[in-house]
Structure formats: C-alpha cells, structure tokens
Write a protein that binds this ligand. Sequence first.
Ligand SMILES: [Mg+2]
Length: 393
Amino acid sequence: MPSTGVAPMTRRHILHLDFDAFFASVEEILDPSLKGKPIIVGAPPERRGVVASASYSARAFGVRSAMPTAQALRLCPQAIILPPRHKIYGEYSARMMAILSEYTPLVEPLSLDEAFLDVTGCKARWGSPEELAHQLQERLAAELGLTASIGLASNKLVAKIASGLEKPRGFVVVPHGREAEFLAPLPAEKLWGVGEVTAGSLHEMGISTIGQLAELPAAQLEARFGRRGRDLHRQARGIDDSPVVVEREEKSLSRETTFAQDVGDPQVLRKKLLVLSESVARQLRRRGLRGRTVKLKLRYSDFKTLTRQVTMGTPTDLEQVIFDQAARLLDKAWDRATQVRLIGVGVTKFDTEESQLSLFEGAGDGRIEKLRRLSQSVDRIRQKYGDEAIRRG
Ligand SMILES: [Mg+2]
C-alpha cells in the first residue's frame, strides 16, 4: 500500500458538556423555594426582554430561550420572571471550568455553561471516557448542585449535537465510525452554520435531514453554497477535524441595547451611541486591547438587522474615536424614516499592546496622546469611586 506520508489521526474522544437551564438552575439553588416552579430569567416584557434561560417546568409550556418574554408569558402566565445576575452565573461558570480542568488540560469553554474536553489521553487516570463522563456529571451535581448533559464522540461537531439530544441530565455516546448514521435522521439545522437562510435553500432543494444532505454530491453543494458547500458535505457525514482549543482569543468586544420604545430621534441614538462607545472603550483598556475596526449594529422596528463597519489605520481604545466612527456609520446607514429598536457598537481586529507601543512612540500625535491620558485618569477614578462617579456632560 503506498504511504501517504501522513500518520493516521489517533481516534479522539471528545466530550461536550452543557449545563441544563443554567441561569434558571442557579436561581433555584440560590432560592430553593423556586424549585420546580416555572422560572424565566430575562428582562421583563415592558423592557421588551427575551428569555435568557427557562426552567424545565416553564419549558413544558413551550417557553424557549431567545423568545420575547411577552410571548413566554402568554404561554405560561404564572411564570416567575427574574432579572439575570451575570456576576453570580460567572462565578458558577468559573467553578465548573476549574472542575473540568482537573480531568484534562484540554478544555475549551464555549460559553458560560458549555465546554469541550478532549479526554483522549485520560484513560489511565480516570477510566474509560464513559466512566469519566459519569464522574463529571456526579461531581458537578454534588459540588455545584447543577445538572449537565454530555455528548461523547470522536469530534466536536458530533459531541455537541449529541449533548443536546436528551436534556436534561442527558448522556449520549456516539461510537467511532457511527457518526454519519447517528446524524442521518436529524434535521439539517442541527449542523453548525446551517441557519435560517441555508436551511431555507436546503428545503428548496428537497433536503430536510442530515442524511439527505450527506447523499448530495459535494460538487452540487459547492455549486450552490460555494466553499461552505464543501464543509456542509463533510459535516453531514460527521467529519470534523477541528481540535479542542484551550486559549480562546478574544476576537471582538461589543455592547448593545434594546430601547424600551422604538426610537426615531437622531439625538437619542447619538447619545446612546456615546454611552455604548464609552463602555466598549473602558473594557478595551481594562484588557489592554486596541482594535482597528469599529462596527455599528442597528435593528429596526421590523427586526431587520444591519451591521456596518469601518477599519482605521491606527488601532484604538478611545471612546471619542470609537464614537466618531460609529456616529459616521449611523449617518450613512440609517434612512431616518425607520424606527430603531436596537443599537450596538463593537470593536474588532485587535492589536496586542506591545505591537502598538512602537506605533505611538514618537508618533507625535498630541491629540491622541492627550485623549489617552484623559481616558486613563477617568478609568482610575472610576475604579476607585465606581462607574457613577463620572458622567460625560
Ligand atoms: Mg446550557
């Protein structure tokens, strides 16, 4: 047999762990009288919030994440609405990640309550991947009081889909070599990157399950979806070589707000843009990041959403620069006839601090340096006396 010169990839054991109804479950721990009741964590309907998390007894009424709270309350009028407490959820998340990293250094957090673990090399110490998974579920329940669902497979794609299938407290194992068979009956929307638009195109092609998708020739998918068609073809057959990545680089920083009532007044939008720009800039400085690209996000009253961005020659962490760019994008993008429901500002394309130093040394841009010194002293005052200490006039 001719050698390809490439060592065959070792069989991997990838575990995806996802807490069940995380925010709502933490609220139940903090107030045991809530246990078993329909709980919705999210902003109330008068602030036009959406459901961030719902307990299983609320889900029994059809309540789902990302649903407007108003709609959730129509389905389940007796639901108890609680405002999200992200700081506390963050503490639970940190404790979970600490427990996970006792089993393997290869932990990739996906969100506050989800992570991938590569447990391929863990057998000697923790037993088979299945045994390890059971231990994990039991430890998280005993130490944090939270239940988690786990998917175990040869890759991330299949493990993540598996963990979602039997919630809560699910445990789904997909044996090596059975990935395609496992995926075949599931709806195509379960695959990464198959959103509403792609799903719509697939339905037009008569495709609803992953199995049907897997039968299409790669060339046909490529002709229809370009390069992504090839990925779809591989994914549909359960192939995913992506590694568990330990350090997740922060790729963007953004803040957005949904107005209590749709806004048509440009002054109100500019004011909100300034507040959001300040918040983004402060976070950038706190993390020692500067970015070259400023993004604006607008959602209109009809939910149509658009984003616009501009890339600058010099990376920034200054609210004035971010605001100027965002305001310019707003002027260009917004027709002023349509009411705005949500506005957001983000910064991406980060440079590290070191690579920026040389750029500023001797650059002689007095205005920028002055703004930076001002921002830094404002940060120091805020750190000492809190965010409310300084308000822009
Ligand atoms: Mg979850």
